[in-house]
Design a protein around this ligand. Structure first.
Ligand SMILES: NC(=O)c1ccc[n+]([C@@H]2O[C@H](COP(=O)([O-])OP(=O)(O)OC[C@H]3O[C@@H](n4cnc5c(N)ncnc54)[C@H](O)[C@@H]3O)[C@@H](O)[C@H]2O)c1
Ligand SMILES: N[C@@H](CCO)C(=O)O
Length: 781
């Protein structure tokens, strides 16, 4: 059975290295029975067209020069790719083909389509032989055996039978694109971008599940990414919009390519063969993707008014000029938008039924959802007016607006237009994991905050996750009712389901906000990044995971232009990460950070005066939402050790958690066992602290739990632990629960930079997560 039909265009096969890259893609993405449709390699078709023209002009010198060029090019592909007998056979076949072509030229029997077909034929033969040499079972197939047209119409039933007969299930079928046969067996071509069409036809005839068009662009963009740097690549585009764009001249997909898929469930995917890791664009059936916004530019366009034009006729005209065509009606008249170089052909064909209304215009079409189009049209006109560009013709339709003028739109104007019309329409999907102390407060503030953010970006909460249950709504969860929705609709889930749902989300950006304290959840970050999710973490586990994992995560994020904010993982809402980033970005060099980085330990040490048991204070800190879910994470010093590691890594230091020396604030026996075991043995903690405090008191000192990181030219030292301080020391008067970060740097040398304030608590932490979200939204590209 054919699972996937892959299609590789000429640029994907332009050199021996590109063939090797294509073979790698096939090895990684195909199974036996799949098809690979190929175009002619690199400039082969152009050379064959030149050969045809020289033949017609009877320029024998040019003919022999071009034949030599073609021969050399093919040999340059064959030589590095094939070895031994297969190389000899490939050379022999090539020479035989060139001899027949030469013969036909001499006999004046050359036909254009037959000549052009050789480009695809050579690609298919070479790729199939190369795959065989790599150990795959593969065969080259000539599409003239598969597709027959009678008077320009495909013979569907016959073609289906032929595909059934020739496409083998035990091998990879490498099929020539672009060509077919007529009912007499003569070669015919399928027109411009015919290979994409061959691929979708083949998929339809073979009941394939998917067609992958591998190209030199990464997918379907909101506008030409070569002209507008921040053009958006869409993960999903619905067929109707893809078709409209194709008719309006967008070069990525052609209307004809989509036609065989019309009544099928076949998935169409556009991917880059030059960057296989880049996320693709999927062209989906109606209703499976929201309408996106696009600006497609038009150049050298003529506008014709036509008497009564049927849609069948538009197809015929499009076949005639080998180009997609768009027609529309305005005030009862029918108009055709045609490339200026084809106007003469069309006007002649329509024999007196077409009048040229405007010629040689440029402009653009803005494509968007019906609800937005009027407003976008107005905004576009306003912007053109400011740029002194006066439209010659404007047409507003249900899902696009066409603006034609004399001046071409340069990339500066296109960028302005894109910023104004397209970037504003993007949406960010928000996924929140962890509905505990901080998570609940964060959600209670989210509705108002999303309202505020909407000035910059449309954000929708689409998922709420606890460890075992999730509430997922791709169109958005109503924030004022999330609790009742959770009660009624939250369902059990597993990792595969979560990742599947995230991959289906049809948003320009996604962010996973991790407000759990779960190491297991943090281990999913690489999967989230693979699905193009930005990250915000209050959770400290990812920032303190082993260095290689952490570094790989950072690199993966950077490669995908994704953002990771984690300000609340250290100092709750205090702007410590902002400060460190700012100092470093301004060229400062930090030499020491010391202080108290735990809200819980700050509160415990400041409140403990021996009157109530230390363990009672621990339970109170837990109740107030200061501690980690298991307060031993705080008492062991581990939480503070994690924070110091996060800061150290932000300074570019390659440290692991255990590089930071630690002395715990509890006896070792309490570390093991359950929380209940801890409660049962709490007297051990109380005695441990009482003894330490008594010793400190003897020296008129107080207990404080502190951390320090020192960076010298030749060494780095870091530790967290219990210290005693004089009663008039700055730390002695630290407010219970406050954190303090004392930063020394090149510029803050004598007088340290000090950041101080509440270092734990649901309110300040939730506010810090909102600050990260705000920053992220403002920095989305
Ligand atoms: N409480 C604070 O003051 C504070 C300050 C800064 C940072 N933080 C960090 O914020 C995080 C949350 O703290 P909290 O006090 O709200 O903790 P919490 O224990 O009250 O809440 C954690 C939530 O995460 C959920 N959870 C656990 N495993 C999960 C998983 N695998 N998938 C999805 N959800 C899961 C739990 O069900 C719970 O709802 C922690 O990482 C903590 O270190 C807390
Ligand atoms: N348990 C942590 C929460 C903030 O990270 C603390 O007490 O500092």
């Amino acid at each position: 059975m054919v699972n996937i039909v892959h299609k590789f265009g000429g640029s994907s096969l332009s050199s021996a290295e590109r063939y090797q890259a294509v073979a790698k893609i096939i090895l990684a993405n195909s199974q036996l029975g799949d098809c690979v449709v190929v175009s002619a390699a690199g400039k082969t078709t152009d050379n064959l067209v030149k050969l045809w023209q020289s033949y017609q002009q009877q320029d024998s010198q040019a003919v022999s020069d071009i034949l030599l060029l073609i021969d050399n090019h093919q040999q340059a592909l064959i030589t590095p790719l094939l070895q031994g007998e297969s190389r000899e056979l490939a050379f022999a076949n090539l020479q035989a083909d060139l001899a027949i072509i030469t013969d036909k030229i001499q006999q004046q029997q050359l036909s254009e389509a037959w000549l052009l077909a050789h480009g695809e034929l050579w690609s298919a033969r070479l790729l199939a032989s190369y795959l065989v040499q790599l150990g795959l079972t593969a065969q080259a197939l000539d599409a003239r055996q598969l597709f027959t047209l009678h008077e320009g119409q495909l013979l569907q039933q016959k073609n289906q039978q032929q595909c059934g007969a020739y496409i083998a299930t035990h091998c990879i079928n490498v099929v020539t694109g672009f060509i077919a046969a007529d009912s007499q067996g003569n070669t015919v071509t399928l027109g411009r971008n015919g290979s994409d069409y061959s691929a979708t036809l083949l998929a339809d005839y073979c009941y394939a599940k998917q067609v992958v068009i591998w190209t030199d662009t990464q997918g379907v963009f909101s506008t030409d990414p070569r002209k507008v740097k921040n053009a958006i690549k869409y993960a999903k585009v619905c067929r109707e919009q893809a078709n409209l764009l194709a008719r309006l001249g967008n070069p990525v997909l052609h209307a004809k390519t989509l036609s065989p898929l019309k009544n099928t469930d076949i998935k169409l995917v556009v991917r880059s063969s030059f960057d296989c890791d880049a996320a693709p664009t999927e062209i989906v059936k109606e209703g499976y993707s929201k309408a996106k916004r696009f600006i497609t530019t038009l150049d050298n366009i003529d506008l014709l008014r036509v008497d009564k034009l049927s849609s069948g006729e538009v197809g015929e005209l499009s076949q005639l000029i080998q180009h997609s065509l768009h027609h529309f009606t305005k005030a009862g008249d029918t108009y055709l938008l045609v490339p200026a170089q084809t106007t003469h052909q069309i006007v002649t064909h329509l024999a007196g039924r077409a009048n040229i209304i405007e010629s040689n215009l440029s402009g653009c079409a803005v494509v968007a959802a019906t609800a937005d189009i009027v407003h976008l049209g107005e905004q576009a006109l306003e912007l053109f007016d400011k740029q002194s560009i006066t439209p010659r013709f404007v047409h507003l339709d249900t899902n696009y607006v066409l603006l034609l003028h004399e001046q071409a739109i340069d990339s500066d104007v296109l960028t302005l237009l894109h910023d104004k019309l397209i970037n504003k329409g993007q949406e960010l999907a928000v996924i929140v994991a962890g509905l505990g102390n901080v998570g609940k407060v964060f959600l209670s503030q989210l509705e108002q905050q999303l309202q505020r953010l909407s000035e910059h970006y449309n954000c929708k909460l689409v998922a709420l996750l606890r460890a075992k249950k999730m509430l997922f709504s791709a169109s958005g969860i109503n924030l004022s009712e999330w609790q009742s929705q959770w009660q009624n609709e939250a369902l059990d889930y597993d990792q595969a389901e979560l990742l599947g749902r995230l991959s289906e989300l049809d948003y320009e950006h996604k962010v996973v906000i991790d407000i759990t304290a779960s190491e297991h959840f943090s281990r999913l970050y690489p999967h989230f990044v693979d699905l193009n999710c930005h990250l915000i973490s209050a959770n400290k586990y990812a920032g303190t995971a082993d260095y290689d994992w952490y570094q790989a995560l950072r690199e993966n994020l950077a490669e995908r232009n994704l953002l990771w904010r984690y300000n609340t993982s250290v100092g709750a809402g205090l702007p410590i990460n902002f400060a460190l980033a700012d100092l470093q970005n301004s060229g400062d060099r930090i030499s020491r950070i010391e202080g108290v980085f735990s809200g819980t330990l700050s509160w415990l040490c400041s409140c403990y005066d021996g009157r109530s048991a230390f363990s009672e204070l621990v339970f109170k800190a837990q109740e107030m939402g200061y501690t980690e879910p298991d307060p031993r994470e705080d008492l062991s010093g581990r939480d503070m050790q994690r924070k110091l590691l996060i800061l150290a890594r932000d300074l570019g230091l390659h440290l692991e958690l255990d590089d930071i020396a630690l002395t715990p604030l509890m006896p070792e026996q309490l570390a093991a066992g359950s929380w209940q075991d801890f409660i049962d043995n709490k007297h051990l903690l109380d005695e441990f602290i009482a003894a330490k405090a008594a010793l400190a008191e003897q020296q008129n000192q107080l207990l404080r739990y502190t951390g320090a990181l020192s960076i010298n030219a030749d060494s780095v030292t870091a530790q967290v632990g219990l210290v005693t301080v004089d009663k008039d020391h700055a730390l002695a008067s630290l407010k219970p629960g406050d954190n303090i970060f004392v930063i020394n740097s090149q510029w803050y040398n004598e007088n340290a930079l000090v950041i101080q304030g509440p270092g734990a608590g649901a309110d300040v932490t939730a506010a810090g997560v909102h600050s990260d979200l705000y920053w992220l939204v403002n920095n989305l590209k």
